[in-house]
Write a protein that binds this ligand. Sequence first.
Ligand code: NAD
Ligand code: ISE
Length: 338
Amino acid sequence: MPLRVGVIGAGMIGQEHTRRLTTVVIGAEVVAVTDLAADRAGLLAAEAGARPHASGAEVVARPDVDAVLVTSWGPTHAEYVLAAVAAGKPVFCEKPLATDAADCLRILQAETAHGRRLVQVGFMRRYDDAYRRLKRLVDAGDIGAPLIVHCAHRNPTVPVSYTSEMAMLDTAIHEVDVLRWLLDEEIVSAQVLTPRPTRRRFDHLQDPQLMLFETSGGVRVDVEVFVNCQYGYDIRCEVVGETGVARLPDPARPAVRQDGREGVAVVTDWRERFGDAFDAEIQAWVDAASAGTATGPSAWDGYAATAVGDATVEALKTGETVPVDMEPRPSFYSGAQQ
Ligand code: NAD
Ligand code: ISE
């Protein structure tokens, strides 16, 4: 029997994941949908052949919902993840796991008390083929011990509602997760340098930002976040090791020679760049949830990213280097990660 999924949040990525569940992924069907906007829930439910519901609580409680997909706004995630864990149902939660470190810790406690993993957090880069190949190379010691990592996260533009804090909380949160996974070390401190802001967007926004992190093993990381770079969606990562340098390849695109010049088109949308990774991520979730558990980025990873996010936002406000305040990792969350 397919995994019967209840979707909480029928916005942009809720619609994408629902279509993924119904048309790409094997072994699942969407049976319930809810959203604060009832009309949006109704439309998506009709498209998926599911029943619309008035609340997330109703979706989690429905006996024929086997697993829950949380794609509502960040501040609502903790409530729904906790409800799913209390009901013993596997839950996929889009990033962030919670906007507050204390809420993340409540989720860790609830899952630990349950005794088996139920939570997967939506850090899809761990399923991206290029990142996976980069990790295999680093893990194999091909470039020696990593010493420095240079990253960039560039978006063409962002809406006026985007704030300077979101450069970390919405955008660089993916860099933080992938760095922890790639290096298998925690981030222990954060600093933010603020270059001259671009004049191409809003006065309220500090864009770009240069985030500097240090890991528990002494690796130094710089992350350029530039969300109004105009030219495309550009994700870069270069690991400098003791004996060599390994770099994330650009997405494979044909080079065109024409009119006396050669050019390669740049990806402009994150959905295109990480489309395959999203497919693989949701398939992995369905496979594990069908067995009553979860794999991949864990609640611990969600907590760690939120804790680093808190330090980075404070660093942006104060200009200081801020230590990351993180609880010790429970043994429940040790072991190989996706
Ligand atoms: P969105 O605003 O398009 O959709 C969010 C939806 O949640 C809205 O329809 C809203 O009405 C609904 N909602 C809000 N509160 C609710 C509640 N209490 N109960 C039910 N529904 C509620 O936003 P989005 O872009 O789809 O983002 C949703 C989440 O996904 C965010 O946490 C975001 O960070 C994350 N996201 C992740 C990625 C990724 O690359 N992994 C990409 C985009 C968004
Ligand atoms: C968005 O919220 C995401 O999560 C995307 O993956 C990210 O790359 C993009 O920059 C964010 O705005």
